[in-house]
Write a protein that binds this ligand. Structure first.
Ligand SMILES: [Zn+2]
Length: 300
């Protein structure tokens, strides 16, 4: 496999991590300023590819100052501890709620296993990161990288410990704005079982207030920011409408997903072309949204 390093700008590089040979699924970003930062590491199973990419950019692991996930789901940061072992000068910056999970991985790993099943094994088991090498990032956390600051904006919804990282006119949005499919020019929501729709919409609103030129998805790649968050909000609301109606009519998640296939151009194609790790992704999103609707209705 040849690794292609994409140069987004003079100081932002990114590449496809191709976990277990699945392309166009996980992108990782490197910011080269006075300080050098790695945004996302991907899963533990992609550790060697990540190292190869960093070398191809012309860096050695010792050059990296910060390793910064948007959140600690295994596809984003399962390889965090592996990287910290070889990047001897690096500190890792995580959400306060993720801090204890990455320093003591047992609950993180068992929780991932419960949720992902055998996919967790495909991603590989994380390694713990000693607390003295961790920095906890409160909402609004700022860090100087040299020419510009990197700012952490808490963006819960997809996960309670999700952070969007803002660097000038660029934002690394993780999963907080859904999945971006550059080949069809569409993005769709992605929501796990403990999804909070109210917080997800608030986070999208918060990101919409930023003055951005580009947003960088983990799944997958950069996108021109103009109009994206308004469109994303509409897409999330539309899905929720369909799910809510399905809930009222007692439909199964499979039936609701089929209805979405009919009204969202390109969605079914992304489902059919899904690789190993993403087979149930859209169904999982419908289930996550259904779970939210049930919770809301139970409260009434
Ligand atoms: Zn995630």
């Amino acid at each position: 496999m040849t690794l292609i390093i994409n140069k987004h700008s003079n100081n932002i590089f990114w590449f496809d991590l191709c976990p277990n040979n699945e392309s166009n699924f996980i992108s990782v970003y490197v910011i080269i300023d006075k300080k050098i930062s790695l945004i996302e590491t991907g899963p533990a199973s992609s550790h060697n590819t990540l190292l190869a990419g960093i070398k191809q950019i012309g860096l050695s692991p010792e050059d990296i100052d910060y390793i910064i996930p948007t959140h600690i789901h295994l596809d984003h940061f399962g390889g965090g501890g592996h990287m910290m072992e070889v990047c001897k000068n690096a500190k890792s910056i995580v959400h306060p709620n993720a801090y204890k999970h990455v320093s003591s991985i047992d609950r993180w790993w068992s929780g991932s296993h419960d949720f992902l099943g055998s996919i967790a094994d495909l991603y590989g088991k994380p390694k713990p990161i000693p607390e003295k090498r961790l920095i906890s990032a409160e909402d609004g956390f700022e860090l100087s990288l040299g020419s510009q600051n990197l700012k952490g904006l808490h963006t819960p919804g997809h996960a309670p410990h999700h952070i969007t990282w803002v660097y000038g006119e660029e934002a690394f949005v993780g999963d907080s704005a859904g999945l971006w499919y550059p080949n069809i020019g569409s993005s769709f929501p992605v929501t796990p079982g403990d999804y909070r729709h109210d917080l997800a919409l608030e986070s999208i609103k918060k990101m919409d207030k930023l003055d951005l030129a580009y947003i960088h998805y983990t799944h997958f790649g950069p996108r021109i920011a103009k109009g994206v968050f308004r469109e994303t909000r509409k897409e999330f609301e539309l899905w929720m409408e369909v799910v809510e109606k399905g809930y009222q009519e007692d439909k199964s998640s499979n039936i609701i997903l089929k209805e979405l296939f009919e009204i969202r151009p390109g969605l079914e194609a992304t489902h059919l072309s899904h690789g190993l790790h993403q087979m149930e992704t859209h169904l999982g999103t419908v289930k996550g949204m259904l779970h939210w609707v049930r919770r809301i209705n139970a409260q009434d």
